[in-house]
Design a protein around this ligand. Structure first.
Ligand SMILES: NC(=O)c1ccc[n+]([C@@H]2O[C@H](COP(=O)([O-])OP(=O)(O)OC[C@H]3O[C@@H](n4cnc5c(N)ncnc54)[C@H](OP(=O)(O)O)[C@@H]3O)[C@@H](O)[C@H]2O)c1
Length: 302
């Protein structure tokens, strides 16, 4: 099967930020998509996974669903392991039986985040916290399943399907005089629409398997990410009460139950070597905000 042929694709987590974008993108490209959200298949109930994935016919699965709340995972480690690791392994075994490809979406949080610089796929893994450990266990389960698998590590996803950090910060800056974000933790914001395109690109390459970093290029702190979002909407004429994002430190975040890695921005050389493009995160963020914020109530509200 080549990139131009229509595929039958199951997408999980379609009620979420990435799954929603992937399902829409693949449909727009002419693929036959079955979109499964949590109501359709609860990953916490393994027998439901077998009922669904055992009965359907498909060429590929893009597995976006996961327990993504770091704090929930810390409080519910056993359930997190079932959802993030055991369920992924089960789905992969169904893919093997079907001869289907699988894209397992994973996270930059599996990397050792102690040294500055961009993380490559072959770098040291040192997940800290339950979320990261169960996501790494999920990677291992699918890679060991015998299915044809791509593990797609992504970071700091934003997009139209569910509000993320820039949306929350813009909302706050519209209402309040001050806002702040963490200035000593680095990664790469990734646009769900760009990720969906990259995932389609990988699915179209029959022989490609293994672990890939996906997303946009560059790195920043939460503070820089937030400042870029405020600057961009301000340039679009959206009135803000707060225009400058103040600095917080990770150490000040005493409410965080889960530990966070510090340096996990990713190097996309391996992905780009396949001819799959990746644009700078600021360009992708500008595109998102211009598409979804221009003409919003903001311009006439205040
Ligand atoms: N968001 C990020 O910044 C980020 C960063 C790195 C990696 N990732 C990875 O990217 C993937 C997509 O994340 P996202 O950003 O789209 O997160 P999201 O918006 O939280 O979406 C996750 C989806 O998984 C669903 N889900 C959670 N528990 C489930 C269960 N027991 N059974 C079935 N579905 C369940 C959620 O359902 P509900 O809508 O009902 O909660 C939600 O629709 C995940 O694998 C995540 O680990 C995300």
């Amino acid at each position: 099967m080549t990139m131009n042929e229509a595929m039958r694709v199951i997408v999980t987590g379609t009620g979420g930020r990435l799954g929603g974008a992937v399902a829409r993108h693949l449909r727009l490209r002419g693929h036959r998509v079955v979109a499964w959200d949590r109501k359709a298949v609860d990953l916490g109930a393994p027998e439901r996974i077998d009922d669904h994935f055992g009965a359907a016919a498909y060429d590929a699965v893009v597995h976006c669903a996961a327990a993504t709340s770091l704090e929930w995972c810390e409080l519910n480690p056993e359930e997190a392991a079932v959802v993030n690791a055991e369920a992924a392994g089960r789905i992969a075994r169904h893919c093997r039986e079907q001869g289907a490809r699988m894209v397992q979406v994973s996270t930059d949080y599996v990397y050792d985040g102690t040294v500055p610089g961009l993380r490559r796929e072959c770098d040291l893994l040192a997940p800290c916290g339950v979320y990261a450990r169960t996501k790494l266990a999920g990677e291992r389960a699918v890679l060991e399943s015998g299915a044809r698998v791509v593990v797609a590590r992504v970071s700091w996803v934003f997009g139209p399907d569910r509000p993320a950090f820039p949306d929350q910060l813009i909302e706050r800056a519209r209402r309040e005089e001050t806002c702040a974000a963490i200035g000593d933790k680095w990664s790469t914001p990734c646009y769900s629409v760009d990720l969906a395109e990259q995932i389609e690109g990988l699915l179209g390459m029959e022989d490609v398997e293994g672990v890939f970093n996906l997303g946009n290029t560059g790195e920043c702190t939460w503070q820089e990410y937030g400042q870029a979002a405020l600057d961009l909407v301000s340039e679009m004429g959206i009135p803000l009460r707060c225009r400058t994002v103040g600095a917080q430190t990770l150490a000040e975040m005493t409410g965080f139950l889960a530990p966070r890695p510090v340096h996990t921005a990713m190097d996309l050389t391996k992905l780009r070597a396949l001819g799959i493009p990746a644009r700078p995160w600021r360009e992708a963020l500008a595109d998102y905000l211009a598409t979804y914020y221009r003409g919003r109530d903001g311009q006439s509200a205040e």
